[in-house]
Design a protein around this ligand. Structure first.
Ligand code: ATP
Length: 305
């Protein structure tokens, strides 16, 4: 196991009521220092419950949680000082400006006065002047909430569904902000989302949770590798019925005029072609294609467990 993990949970289980089944089952989360970790899963899969456990908002029942290499429960105050989070919407005042809202919170966090200007710059709200929070767009509100979480200079930022409700422009701005915070401010990020497509361009690592269980955890590169292995070939021949039999070891599927089989390499394509031709079947089309990452994510999260 790597010793650069900022978050490491082991065998984490959780249930809201002892009468009900576990909401989380054996969650082994590992978030490396310097990464942007996308914690993905459909609604109700257990993301917020996991994040609440990490922030000590829910009490751990079984398993272990280590953050910055320290056990959470025993070192809660010290650990939480180093984390910024946005799990529920913060209470910001509609009749105050961005700057005034931050000034209200600054003293609570014990941050110096100049930190307000720094975080406003960081999130791109330094020029909002006298505009009141109540008149902000959702994207601006989201960025002010992040500015608030940044006041105490966190090393780790945990954001629950930050893209929710944002328009495409808001998502691009958020992506740029996350990139800057990670690369320039060296903040490790844990971001939950129910849509891989919305966070795919922001994250370096991915954890996929479904019905309280982790189905995948690794770098985006490793996810791409799984995607590559999920390549398919579409085949159209002079006799698709006979081709089904010839290719039965590949477990082909038949849809309308075409067959599809999964394929792991270019050699597979050549072999399939040869098998068909040697059995007197003319090949009209042999077309490899890759599943999109979103399709792969859907496959992960629609499988019956
Ligand atoms: P969402 O994005 O919809 O919040 P999520 O992945 O964050 O989804 P959780 O909010 O962690 O999922 O919910 C996981 C499961 O726990 C769901 O079945 C939910 O109904 C249940 N749950 C959440 N909060 C409570 C609670 N306070 N009491 C009982 N059950 C709860």
């Amino acid at each position: 196991m790597s010793n650069t993990a900022v978050i490491r949970t082991s065998g984490l289980h959780y249930h809201y009521s002892s009468k009900e089944a576990s909401i989380l089952v054996d969650i082994n989360l590992q978030v490396e220092r310097g990464s942007v970790y996308g914690f993905l899963g459909p609604n109700g899969s257990g993301k917020t419950t996991t994040l609440s456990l990490l922030l000590g908002l829910l009490k751990k029942q079984k398993g272990s949680i280590e953050i910055f290499g320290q056990e959470l429960q025993a070192n809660r105050i010290d650990i939480l000082k180093r984390i910024g989070s946005l799990v529920e919407s913060p209470s910001l005042y509609n009749h105050l400006t961005a700057r005034e809202n931050l000034q209200v919170y600054r003293s609570i966090y014990g941050a110096p006065k100049k930190r307000v200007e720094e975080v406003l710059q960081l999130v791109g709200l330094a020029n909002t002047g006298t505009k009141k929070y109540g008149n902000f767009s959702l994207g601006m509100k989201q960025r002010l909430a992040i500015a608030l979480a940044l006041l105490p200079r966190p090393e780790l930022l945990i954001l629950d569904e930050p893209t929710n409700g944002l328009d495409p422009n808001g998502i691009v701005e958020l992506r740029e902000l996350i990139y800057r915070l990670n690369k320039e401010e060296n903040i490790t990020m844990l971001i939950s989302s129910h849509l891989l497509s919305e966070v795919e361009k922001m994250v370096s690592h991915v954890g996929i949770i479904f019905q309280g269980r982790m189905l995948f955890q690794g770098s985006l590169k490793e996810l791409h590798h799984v995607q590559k292995q999920q390549s398919l070939i579409t085949i159209h021949t002079s006799d698709n019925g006979a081709a089904m039999k010839v290719l039965q070891d590949y477990e082909p599927e038949r849809n309308l005029d075409e067959l599809s089989v999964s394929c792991n390499s270019l050699q597979d394509i050549a072999l399939i072609n040869r098998l068909l031709v040697e059995n007197g079947i003319d090949v009209y089309l042999l077309q490899p294609w890759k599943k999109s990452l979103e399709q792969l994510f859907m496959d992960f999260t629609t499988t019956d467990l």
